[in-house]
Design a protein around this ligand. Sequence first.
Ligand code: TEU
Length: 565
Amino acid sequence: MRPGPEGVPWWRDAVIYQVYPKSFADSDGDGVGDLPGIVARLDHLAWLGVDAVWLSPFYPSPQADGGYDVADYCGVDPALGTLADLDELLTRAHGLGLRVLVDLVPNHTSDEHPWFRAALAAPTGSAERGLYLFRPGSGPGGQDPPNNWQSIFGGPAWSRVDALTGRVEDGGQWYLHTFDARQPDLDWESPLVRERFEDVLRFWLERGVDGFRVDVAHGLVKAEGLPDWDGGATAMVMGGSAHAPGSDVVDLGPMFDQDGVHDIYRSWNRLLATYPGDRAMVGEACVEPAERAARYVRPDEMQQAFNFPFLQCRWDAEALRRVVTVSLEADGAVGAPTTWVLSNHDVVRHASLLGWVDTGRSPNGIGADDPQPDAALGLRRARAAALLLLALPGSAYLYQGEELGLPEHTTLPDDVRQDPMWFRSGGTERGRDGCRVPLPWQADRPGFGFGPTGRTWLPQPPEWAALAADVQRDDPGSVLWLYRDAIGRRRSRGLGSGWLEWVRVDDADPSGVLAFRNRDVLVVVNVGDAPVAVPDGRRVLLHSDPAGAAAGVVGADSAAWVDMA
Ligand code: TEU
């Protein structure tokens, strides 16, 4: 594996590529991606030049939430492969110099997890029930939920136990599920839950994983007494986009960002430290403001947390400058590297979000009858955004397919949708299927070469033919090559471990241009309308727009790296 500078752990400046296993590559032709499919395509990631892979859940799961409903934390879903396949994946990835992070889903299990099955079978007040948040209902006979919390996917966050067991229980028992009803929340006040998860961590660390992505890291501990909350559910979802970065503390309610969560990460930090090789954790802590999120990456907690305010930021120079500055300051204050991310499996792909004039919107999915983004504008901006993302100091997260410039599937037929958000919202939220469509590898093969039979568990948009990986490999002007070149230069110039200094490009309108120095590279991102000239006599290392490169300018919605050495 690439040696870091002496004593500097690999994750501080890593480029980490998120694989959503069901949609990356299919080896057996059933239309669902799998672990052998990933193994067969690892050379793509090595060629791209990333440092690590984060695998979204591949565990046994009824797939009520795309695998984030885990029925066995120490296994592999038979549809995705076997533990031996996972071992093979680790060996092959490590052989190619790629680290591997696996997804840990500790806030909730699947309703089919044996722990929950046992809890349902056991009586009220039993030790088995103690692993989860079972509570008596309110109102006469416990007919109403214990409190007014709403599920993030829509509807109440509580479901009745008797609906599952068919047994009437005194006081009408309910169980809490922050997400789908098939994802019961664990009770992290229970020492047994803590013990069992430490075993899960050990299981994977011993198998050789390099660390964990921690799902809903801000949600494990709930406020004592589970008090009512009138803030609704939307405010919890990644904080929404209403709050400016750097704003005051945002109350996320009694279900999120409780002080008690930090004890858990401190204990996991100690556990990881007993294994060799800089094992790391990255937290999905949807917490604002940045200072509050930085508490998850204090020296004795997790190594990284996702930078959701950056992902949600408008295409606006002032807003971007602000979110970058605030993030660097907040993480810098605790000695942690900042992370940068544009897309993941929960949000509309940024090549589509950036194709709207109003880039401040972040809907939960796009449907055929919604206003459609401008694909050409989105792609142009996505190319520029890639040069911003990969020039920033710290660690960068890529979501599978963004290196191909893939847009969201914005016209998926509603009858193929699978996201529980679509069902629980009664069809008012399209959900996240549009960013989870199987990848196009080969333009002229059925299913764009996703697997051997052409089957794909979600249909691919026909326009993806032009974006297939094999077509882009043959085109040095493609998005794929832009990502590869940027990752290579980022490494050779040490940008990930560099530092940022905002500068002005002399003839630029400062309101539309983002310009900074990182080591000996000048980065110019033009989100305005007026073109900016490249400084005289300086060589352009990378440009998101070939026409601008030829003309020696950075035009609207483009970006360049300029050599200042
Ligand atoms: O997401 C946590 C989370 O807060 C989500 O509500 C997220 O903000 C939302 O999907 C955005 O639309 C994690 C996983 O990333 C997600 O895929 C899972 O569905 C969720 O946890 C439950 O495990």
